[in-house]
Design a protein around this ligand. Structure first.
Ligand code: GLN
Length: 308
C-alpha cells in the first residue's frame, strides 16, 4: 500500500515547522522530547496505517474528555448530562474558571470545568473515585484494543500543581453542579488525563466514534450509538478550545486535542486520524499535529463541508 509512504511524507513536511513549545505547567510534559512525531489513520473497515514514532506513548490528556463525556451520557443519561453541562463553545481557554450565566453549568464538556463534571457523572455521582477511574481506564483500553495504564509520574506532577483545577472543582461544588467531594473529582479527572496512549491507540478510539460506536477491529459496540452524535457535535464546536472556528474552517473534521501534543480527528463514516508532536501553539494545540491534520484534510478531501 502507498499509504505508509504518503504518511511519512506528511510527517517530513510537518517536521519543518519549528514553532511552539511543550506545555510548561506540568513539569513532566515540559521535559518532553520535542523531536517525536507520529501519525496514524484507522479506517472504519479495520485498516490501520501509521508512520513515525507510532510506538511512543504520551498522556491522553484532554482527548479523554470526548470519551468520558460518552461514558457520562451512558451512565447518567443525556437529559441529566445536559442539565449539568452545556454544549456551547466558550471561546475561553480550556482551564477558564467560568460557568454559564443563568444555569451555572460549565459551558461545554471539552473545557476542564465541563470535563470534571462529566467525570463526576461516570458510574454514579456518589461512586468512589476508584470506581470511576477504573471504568474509564477499562473503556479506553477496550477502545485502544489493549490494556492501557496511568502514567503515575504525569499524574503526580499534575496533582502537585493542581490549584487551578482544584479551584474549578470547588467552584462546581459551590454551584451545585457536582455533588461529590470536589478534590476526589479533580483527582480522578487528573488520573483520566494521565492515561498513556500512542497514535495507533488514538486512531482506533477515533475510528470507533467514526463507526457509530462499533470498534472497527473487534466489531464490538463500545460507545452506544445514541451518544456518538452528541460527542461528535461537541467535538466539532468545542474540541479545539478557542481555536475551534479556525479548525472547522481549515480542517473541517470533528476533533479533540490534548496538552501532551496528541490530536484526534474523527470523520464520521470514514476515518479516525491521530497525530502526535509535543510542541503546542498558544491555544494549547499541537503545532505539527494541526499541520498534519490540515495536510491530510487537503490531500484527501476530508473537509466535511466539501460537497463534490
Ligand atoms: N490535565 C490537563 C489539565 O487539566 C488537560 C488539559 C489539556 O489537555 N488541555 O490542565
Amino acid at each position: 500500500s502507498p499509504i505508509p509512504d504518503y504518511l511519512q511524507h506528511v510527517l517530513d513536511k510537518a517536521r519543518d515547522n519549528e514553532a511552539g513549545a511543550p506545555a510548561a505547567y506540568i513539569d513532566v510534559l515540559a521535559r518532553a522530547d520535542t523531536s517525536k512525531l507520529a501519525v496514524a489513520l484507522a479506517m472504519v473497515d479495520g485498516n490501520l496505517y501509521s508512520a513515525g514514532d507510532d510506538q511512543v506513548e504520551f498522556s491522553i490528556q484532554s482527548i479523554s474528555k470526548a470519551f468520558v463525556y460518552a461514558l457520562a451520557i451512558e451512565d447518567a443519561g443525556l437529559p441529566r448530562v445536559l442539565e449539568k453541562i452545556g454544549v456551547e463553545p466558550s471561546g475561553d481557554r480550556f482551564n477558564q474558571l467560568s460557568l454559564e450565566r443563568g444555569t451555572n453549568r460549565p459551558m461545554n464538556p471539552m473545557i476542564n470545568a465541563g470535563a470534571i463534571t462529566a467525570h463526576s457523572l461516570v458510574v454514579a455521582p456518589n461512586a468512589t473515585a476508584e470506581a470511576r477511574t477504573e471504568r474509564i481506564l477499562k473503556s479506553l483500553s477496550r477502545l485502544a484494543g489493549r490494556q492501557l495504564h496511568v502514567d503515575e509520574e504525569v499524574y503526580e506532577a499534575e496533582l502537585k500543581d493542581a490549584d487551578r483545577n482544584m479551584g474549578i472543582g470547588h467552584m462546581l461544588k459551590a454551584a451545585g453542579i457536582i455533588t461529590c467531594d470536589p478534590r476526589e473529582a479533580v483527582k480522578g479527572y487528573i488520573r483520566q488525563c494521565a492515561i498513556n496512549v500512542n497514535v495507533k491507540d488514538l486512531a482506533m478510539m477515533s475510528a470507533t466514534l467514526c463507526n457509530a460506536g462499533v470498534h472497527p477491529f473487534s466489531g464490538e459496540q463500545i460507545i452506544p450509538h445514541a451518544s456518538v452524535r452528541q460527542v461528535l457535535s461537541v467535538m466539532t464546536t468545542c474540541g479545539m478550545y478557542d481555536a475551534a472556528g479556525d479548525w472547522v474552517s481549515n480542517v473541517g473534521i470533528p476533533a479533540k486535542s490534548g496538552v501532551a501534543g496528541g490530536i484526534i480527528g474523527t470523520l464520521p463514516g470514514q476515518v479516525g486520524i491521530a497525530a502526535f508532536s509535543p510542541k503546542l501553539d498558544e491555544r494549547g494545540n499541537s503545532v505539527r499535529g494541526v499541520a498534519i491534520c490540515e495536510q491530510l484534510s487537503r490531500d484527501m478531501g476530508l473537509h466535511m463541508m466539501d460537497v463534490s
